[in-house]
Write a protein that binds this ligand. Sequence first.
Ligand code: MN
Length: 135
Amino acid sequence: MQIQAEQPSMKGPSEWFTGDVWIDTIVRGREPSRVRVSAVHFAPGARTAWHSHALGQTLSVTEGRGLVQSRGSEIVEIRPGDLVNAPADEWHWHGGTPDHFMTHLSITEDTGESDKPETDWGIHVTDDEYRGRSR
Ligand code: MN
């Protein structure tokens, strides 16, 4: 058993996020486990860029109000207690609503292959996309 002291929050890098996003690592499974769990905190209006996960992702909303959208689908509002399952390789984004913070747990698995990242990052979500004015 190992007990680890709390680590500093990490700022979500601007290449991958719009607005203020902070990430707390909760679980980095040690081999053979590849599980990854993070708490991700989005300021109002903040969101991820478009992206997909090689092995899929589960989001568990813990606080606030958020938005999620899969490519080609409508924007959906998400609330504490909601579980969102993104299948492997499905392009999507997630973030806070325009006027509320949102925190979710992100549960993913590392691929275990150095040349195959867990997340494939694309372009930023434009303000028009975020407001649901185009897709
Ligand atoms: Mn995602």
